[in-house]
Design a protein around this ligand. Structure first.
Ligand SMILES: C[S@@+](CC[C@H](N)C(=O)[O-])C[C@H]1O[C@@H](n2cnc3c(N)ncnc32)[C@H](O)[C@@H]1O
Length: 384
């Protein structure tokens, strides 16, 4: 095993379960890539991880004790990840990287099919040790590799090839009785947003036939279809035609009425306002808008613009459900954007609720990056 030594004073964060060690925090680093034991400056073993001499995040720790990273280790980690998801049914996120003690590995489970993201060089280099246990523990018939931006940033060029088995032509995702048949090409680029499951449940619970729902950044219309099955009118907006086609097919199969509009979110919001449309619920679930702290000011300006249109379209007493899946865009940023849009439109706002990602996307208190999904429910409340 390789050896890496921390600079004096840097051991606290590792002892506090933070799994990433940056190159400039190491007093001594191996020249090569591979599994490495991490020592404090005083010579104590702090953990074992994968060392990548070309990455700024040079060492990613898989364990905070001494021991091998072998198949038995991965079997135990994966079994623990599965145990954490007991009771969630066959469609869930099975592995959420560092949050499950498996840096660089994300696994979404759709019954017998897995979508696997390998985000780091280390997780890829160690694949022969976790692939077998993953297959054995899940019993999945096939597993598909999903290329991600994280991997591209690490310089990992991964094929969309199956990791094992024969991929189905469509990924069938079931959520509370709704079944989405997602064509493989779409499933391999965007997957299915399991992390909004609890929000969709909460959202649906508050709806009735009198509601008019606008689902912006709808993807396969998972919010909108829940509204439609409650008897509400629902309009799903997305720029991705293939995703809207899935929403359309799902609605037809269930005999539900669903309106669709393909387009860029802001332009569609402006069009709807110009048409005099009004809604009782507006969902804004944009893609990751800030991929680094540098992006935050621009992302906030974009949110202010979206919210300004959304407040104009929302009936008094209605609700705007705004989400951010960017770690860098915090809850306070969402609320500040709402305050600014409220000022621009003269809208007094009640914060009806704040929600986070569900338990199959664990939030580890000592690893701030694991909290990424924030949803604020804003209620225009004019005191009338
Ligand atoms: C986080 S996903 C939405 C997930 C969805 N709300 C759900 O519950 O499954 C973001 C979606 O926004 C769409 N999108 C990204 N940029 C957009 C834009 N400028 N205008 C409209 N849609 C956009 C993407 O195609 C993607 O489907």
């Amino acid at each position: 095993m390789l050896k890496a030594v921390l600079l004096p004073g840097k051991e606290k964060k590792v002892q506090n379960f933070y799994p990433t060690v940056y190159a400039d925090e190491l007093a001594e680093a191996p020249r090569e890539a591979g599994v490495a034991r991490l020592y404090s400056a005083a010579g104590e073993v702090l953990g074992v991880g994968y060392h990548d001499p070309n990455a700024r995040a040079a060492l990613r720790l898989f364990r905070f004790d001494d021991g091998p990273l072998d198949a038995a280790f991965f079997r135990a980690r994966l079994a623990a990840a599965e145990w954490r998801r007991r009771g969630l049914g066959p469609h869930h996120r099975l592995v959420h990287a560092e949050a499950d003690g498996l840096p660089g590995l994300v696994v979404d489970r759709f019954d017998a099919v897995l979508l696997v993201q390998v985000r780091t060089r280390g997780a890829w280099a160690l694949r022969e040790r976790w692939l077998g246990p993953l297959r054995a523990i899940t019993g999945a018939r096939s597993a598909l590799l999903v290329p991600t931006e994280h991997a591209r940033k690490e310089g990992l060029r991964l094929d969309r090839a199956p990791l094992w088995g024969e991929p189905p032509e469509t990924l069938a995702v079931e959520e509370d009785g709704l079944v989405f048949e997602i064509p493989l090409a779409l499933a391999q680029t965007k997957g299915y947003y399991l992390d909004q499951r609890e929000n969709r449940r909460r959202f649906e619970a508050g709806l009735g036939p009198e509601d008019r729902v606008l689902d912006v950044f709808a993807y396969v219309g998972a919010f909108a279809l829940r509204a439609a099955r409650r008897g509400a009118s629902a309009l799903a907006v997305d720029k991705d035609l293939a995703a809207l086609a899935v929403a359309d097919r799902t609605a037809r199969r269930l005999g539900l009425s669903l309106d669709l509009r393909r387009g860029e979110a802001r332009s569609v919001l402006a069009e709807l306002a110009a048409e005099g449309r009004r809604f009782t619920r507006v969902v804004l679930d944009p893609p990751a808008l800030a991929k680094s702290p540098r992006d935050v000011p621009r992302a906030k300006r974009y949110l202010v613009a979206l919210l300004t249109e959304a407040f104009r379209l929302t009936e008094p007493g209605g609700e705007v459900w705004l989400s951010s899946c960017s770690y860098y865009l915090k809850e306070a940023d969402l609320l500040e954007a709402a305050r600014r849009a409220g000022a621009d439109t003269g809208t007094r706002l009640a914060v009806a609720a704040v929600h986070h990602q569900p338990a199959d996307h664990p939030w580890i208190l000592q690893v701030p990056e694991t909290l990424y999904l924030k949803t604020v429910v804003l209620r225009p409340d004019p005191l009338k």
